[in-house]
Design a protein. Structure first.
Length: 324
């Protein structure tokens, strides 16, 4: 009799466990939504659609992309963090919205506590560019001029709370020079440099490689830890003796609390997606670098870079604690 009672208890517990996990065993039973935190048509959006397309092949359900934009990508991240943790809402996250913005203004999420990290899938590069006919033929030329003319060099960037600007500010500190950012939308900033209104742009490959190939812009140096594959003759700032490397990454996450069996299916699907030749080709065509990180590796990367950028924000004087 006792054995029958014990068996019944075990069966009831098993039924409860399975019923407590929405869709366990059948997940996914319906389409998923991916929140993208930047505008449709931009590099982040296009890369997100690539990984969504690959992920849905292995999940067996469509992934609908919706754009929730604003405040350096934090609007989309906030929406993701507040979503129901059932595995049907995932989101694209990237370095500016996770590692940079939370240090400079209040956001309604904690990057280290409010997300389940599924996979990292790509990294972005950034660099310093001038017009092809600029007086600056090298990074040394630019730094020498800036040192002799404090505050005269102005560079365009897409935002003060973005990793490219953090990298340029760090370079100025390391090189002992002072230069000033001028914030423009990407196309406006590049147009101002091409038109001669500004001499320097800090920009990413998707926005400027075509101008370098057309000999309208020159890449003085990569601000990443590797050279741009599309312009391999331009050195990194690190190669030139400056310990500066922007950390730009992209990945997929879910809100905290998604059941582990569902998380494992998501991790497996996106891992397979990043391994496909189609994914690699599409990401490289967008001028990003394919870079797969497991969920655990991705979370460790986020945590490491988060701490690095907190220090940089304090050194720049833009940390939110310094504004109160």
């Amino acid at each position: 009799m006792r054995n029958r009672v014990n068996t019944a208890i075990v069966l009831m517990a098993t039924v409860f466990l399975f019923s407590a996990v929405p869709g366990w065993g059948e997940y996914p039973e319906r389409p998923l939504t991916m929140i993208v935190n930047y505008a449709a048509g931009g590099g982040t959006d296009l890369a997100s659609r690539v990984i969504a397309k690959e992920g849905e092949k292995f999940l067996g359900q469509p992934i609908a992309v919706i754009n929730k934009v604003g405040a350096s990508g934090t609007v989309g991240c906030a929406a993701l963090a507040a979503s129901r943790p059932d595995g049907y809402t995932i989101g694209n996250i990237n370095s500016p919205s996770i590692n940079v913005a939370p240090h400079t203004f209040d956001v309604p999420y904690n990057p280290l506590k409010d997300f389940e990290y599924i996979a990292g899938y790509a990294r972005g590069l950034t660099g310093i560019l001038v017009r092809e006919d600029s007086q600056f033929k090298s990074l040394k030329d630019l730094i020498d001029f800036a040192r002799a003319n404090p505050g005269k060099v102005k560079y365009t960037c897409t935002g003060l709370v973005a990793s490219p600007n953090f990298a340029m500010s760090t370079l100025g500190k390391v090189a002992g020079v002072k230069w000033e950012p001028v914030v423009f939308a990407t196309t406006q900033g590049i147009a101002n440099v091409l038109g001669g209104n500004l001499e320097v742009a800090v920009a990413d490959p998707p926005d400027v490689v075509r101008y370098v190939e057309a000999k309208r812009l020159r890449l003085l140096a990569s601000l990443a830890d590797i050279r741009w594959p599309w312009i391999p003759n331009a050195p990194t700032a690190m190669e030139l003796g400056y310990n500066v490397a922007a950390k730009n990454w992209m990945g997929v996450a879910a809100p905290k609390g998604v059941p582990q069996p569902i998380m494992q299916k998501l991790k497996d699907a996106f891992k397979k997606g990043t391994m496909s030749p189609e994914f690699t080709k599409a990401i490289e065509a967008l001028k990003f670098i394919p870079a797969y990180y497991t969920g655990d590796e991705f979370q460790q990367l986020v945590s490491k870079v988060y701490k690095e950028y907190e220090t940089i924000a304090m050194e720049m004087g833009v940390h939110k604690s310094q504004k109160k």
